[in-house]
Design a protein around this ligand. Structure first.
Ligand code: HEM
Length: 429
C-alpha cells in the first residue's frame, strides 16, 4: 500500500512563535468556497503570513513568498502534496491495505534526487511532438461531443449539462490517448478516475472514501495489467516511451516506477482540466463582449486561457512542509511546519496585475499567474492543459457562437481545499 494513504492529519502543530494566528478562516468555510477572492485579498491585506488554526497550516498570501518556497525544495518539501487532508476511515484503509496496492511516489511528492531522475523521462514524454500527435484526436472528439450536444438540444429542447456532455469526458479521454490506453476501456477508466480530488483535498464521508478507494485500487490493477500488455504491443504513446526508457536502463527507471507514473497521470490530467474548461465558460460567457471577440478572432484564445488561469484557476492553493528549521518573514518555522500557499491571493495582487479583480482577455502579463506552480515540480501537464483548453474554445466559438449560460443556476464547487470548478454547468445555445 502506498504510504501516502497511511498518513492521517495528525494533531495540528502549534502556531510558530511570533506568527499571527487566525482562529476562524479555513479554505473549507462556506463563504470561501462560494467566492474565495475577496476573502483571500482581505487575508493578504492583513499580512503576508498567518497560522490558520482551523487547518493547522501556516498560510502565505504573497507571490514573492510563494516563489521563495517553490524555489527551495530542500527546505520546503512537497512530500505531503497528495496526502488526504482529513483522516481516512477504516473502510478506505482496509481497501488500500490490499497487498498488491503498491504504487510508488514518482513525481509531485517524490523528492530529489530521485525526482529529477524520473522527471527527465516524463518530461521527454510531454514533448511538443507528442502534443501535436494528440491534436487531431482532441479536435475530432470535441467535434463529436458538440454534435451530441446539438442533437440532444434538437431532440429535447432542453439546456445541456456541460460537464457530463463535454468537460468531464474530453480531458479524461485525452490523457488516456496520451498514455496509450485503448478507447474501448474509456468508460471504466473514467469511472475509476472520478472523484479523486474529494479523496485527498475534500471531506468525503467514510462511505464515499471507501468507494473512491475501491476505484483507485481497480485503476492501479488496470495500470499494472496494461503495462504488462504494453510490453508486447508498443505504439506511438507515452507508455511505450517509458517502457523503452526502462529497457534502456532498468536501474535508472524501474518497472514499478513506469506503472506508478501511468497511475499518477490519470488524476493529474483529469479533474483540473475539466474545471479549467468550465472556468473558461464561467469567465467568458457572462462577459459577452469578450466572448464575441473570441468568436470574431480566435487568435485571442491562448491569452484568454492564461487570464482564466490567473483570474479563476482550477487550482487555488498547494502545500509544502519544512524539512528543517527555517525563517520566513522574520518568523522562525520549526521542521515539520505545514505551509499552505494561497494562489487565489497571489494571482490577484494589485502590485503585480493592474485592476486584478477585472477579467481581461487582453491582459499583457496574464501568464504570470502561479497556477501551475514553479521550480522543479512545475506542472508537467501545463502545456497539455492549455493546449486542450485552447482547442476546446476554438471548437466552441466556431460551432456554438451563441453559447450562453442558463440564468439563475447555482454554481458550486465540491468542498475541498485546493481545486475549484463547478460541479454542474447548464448551458444553452
Ligand atoms: C489546469 C490544469 C492543471 C493545473 C492548474 C495544474 C497545476 C499543477 C500544480 C500547481 C502542480 C504542482 C507544482 C509544484 O508542486 O511545484 C502540478 C504538478 C503536476 N502536474 Fe499539473 N496541473 C494541471 C494539469 C495537468 C495535466 C493535464 C497533467 C498531465 C497530464 C498534469 C501533470 C502534473 C504532474 C505530473 C505534476 C507533478 C510534476 C512534478 O512533480 O515534477 N497537470 N500541476
Amino acid at each position: 500500500m502506498a504510504d501516502d494513504y497511511h498518513q492521517l492529519r495528525d494533531a495540528a502543530p502549534p502556531a510558530p512563535l511570533g506568527c499571527p494566528v487566525n482562529h476562524e478562516w479555513s479554505p473549507l468555510n462556506e463563504d470561501y468556497l462560494v467566492d474565495p477572492y475577496p476573502i483571500a485579498s482581505a487575508l493578504r491585506a492583513d499580512g503576508p503570513m498567518f497560522y490558520a488554526e482551523q487547518l493547522g497550516y501556516v498560510v502565505i498570501t504573497e507571490m514573492v513568498d510563494i516563489l521563495d518556497v517553490f524555489n527551495q525544495p530542500e527546505v520546503y518539501s512537497s512530500e505531503i502534496v497528495q496526502d488526504p487532508v482529513f483522516p481516512l476511515g477504516e473502510q478506505a484503509r482496509a481497501v488500500l491495505a490490499a497487498p498488491d496496492f503498491n504504487p510508488q511516489k514518482v513525481m509531485s511528492n517524490r523528492q530529489a534526487p530521485d525526482h529529477g531522475r524520473i522527471r527527465k523521462y516524463t518530461r521527454q514524454g510531454f514533448s511538443r511532438r507528442r502534443l501535436q500527435t494528440l491534436e487531431p484526436y482532441v479536435r475530432r472528439r470535441s467535434g463529436e461531443l458538440i454534435d451530441d450536444m446539438i442533437a440532444s438540444k434538437a431532440a429535447t429542447g432542453e439546456p445541456i449539462e456541460f460537464i457530463d456532455a463535454f468537460a468531464f469526458p474530453l480531458p479524461g479521454e485525452t490523457v488516456f490517448r496520451f498514455i496509450g490506453f485503448p478507447e474501448a476501456d474509456d468508460e471504466r477508466l473514467k469511472h475509476w478516475c472520478a472523484d479523486r480530488k474529494a479523496f485527498s483535498w475534500g471531506r468525503p464521508s467514510e462511505d464515499e472514501q471507501a468507494v473512491i478507494a475501491e476505484k483507485m485500487l481497480a485503476y492501479w490493477r488496470y495500470c499494472r495489467a496494461f503495462t504488462a500488455t504494453k510490453q508486447a504491443n508498443r505504439g506511438d504513446d507515452f507508455a511505450s516511451e517509458l517502457l523503452a526508457a526502462h529497457e534502456a536502463d532498468a536501474t535508472d527507471l524501474t518497472y514499478r516506477e513506469v506503472e506508478s507514473i501511468l497511475y499518477g497521470l490519470s488524476f493529474a490530467g483529469h479533474e483540473a482540466v475539466t474545471a479549467l474548461i468550465c472556468n473558461c465558460l464561467l469567465c467568458l460567457l457572462p462577459r459577452r463582449d469578450q466572448w464575441d471577440q473570441l468568436v470574431a478572432d480566435p487568435s485571442l484564445i491562448p491569452n484568454a486561457v492564461e487570464e482564466v488561469l490567473r483570474f479563476e484557476s482550477s487550482q487555488i492553493s498547494w502545500r509544502r512542509v519544512t524539512t528543517r528549521e527555517t525563517e520566513l518573514r522574520g518568523v522562525s518555522l520549526p521542521a515539520g511546519t505545514r505551509i499552505f500557499m494561497n494562489f487565489a491571493s497571489a494571482n490577484r495582487q494589485a502590485d503585480l496585475f493592474d485592476h486584478p479583480d477585472e477579467f481581461d482577455i487582453h491582459r499583457p502579463n496574464a501568464a504570470q499567474h502561479i497556477s501551475f506552480g514553479k521550480g522543479m515540480h512545475y506542472c508537467l501537464g501545463a502545456n497539455l492543459a492549455k493546449f486542450e483548453a485552447v482547442l476546446v474554445l476554438e471548437a466552441l466559438v466556431d460551432r456554438l457562437p451563441s453559447l450562453r449560460m442558463v440564468e439563475d443556476q447555482k454554481i458550486w464547487s465540491s468542498p475541498n481545499i485546493t481545486f475549484r470548478g463547478p460541479e454542474q454547468l447548464l448551458v444553452d445555445f
